[in-house]
Design a protein around this ligand. Sequence first.
Ligand code: GSH
Length: 205
Amino acid sequence: MIKIYGTENSRAMRPIWTAEEMGIDYELIMMPFPPRVFMKEYLDINILGTIPYLIDGDIKMTESVAMTQYLVEKYGPTDLRVMPDEKDYPSYLNWLYHSDATLTFPQTVVLRYKFQEPGVADAAVEGYSRWFVSRLKLLERELEHKEYLCCDRFTIADICVSYAINLAGSLGIEQAYKPNIKRWTDQLFDRPSFIKSRSYKYEEN
Ligand SMILES: N[C@@H](CCC(=O)N[C@@H](CS)C(=O)NCC(=O)O)C(=O)O
């Protein structure tokens, strides 16, 4: 069975949400955050200590967006996937990469210096928060007349990109909730599979 290692409210939500939407069986191992500090034995499983980590037989993956793509491609068919012959396929790929390379990247700096090492680099918290918000221009414009990012249907592009907005909420970057983004996330975050993916907690034995 597929194993997913996660922590609360982390990027693990992307593969968990995808698996829940698809009804895939998986085993979830929830850990304290950050596991490299609070569960050092995790480094024997994932040398990077990052979350999420997915194991499927011999397959081992460390990238949350790639995991969602793997799940829809390996365990489909599913409407969550956009096929290469669909008109929005290039846009779908662009949003998948955009979700991490452009959006969550500045957020990781905010997370580190606002919560993990507070007081060390306040200017970075301020600067990278602003940088993140300015990078939302493209998303806000794209959603002007759209319910979903691609193909007029819910896909993993919505899952991967909206995670950055969910994270912005946890980081206290309220300016992320621009009108179109808010309308879009209001309906996405109402989906039972999203609510379930957020509900998993680490419980100490
Ligand atoms: N690009 C990777 C990034 C993984 C990553 O950095 N995850 C964060 C949590 S959302 C993490 O593991 N932080 C804890 C640490 O670096 O120790 C992905 O999308 O899965």
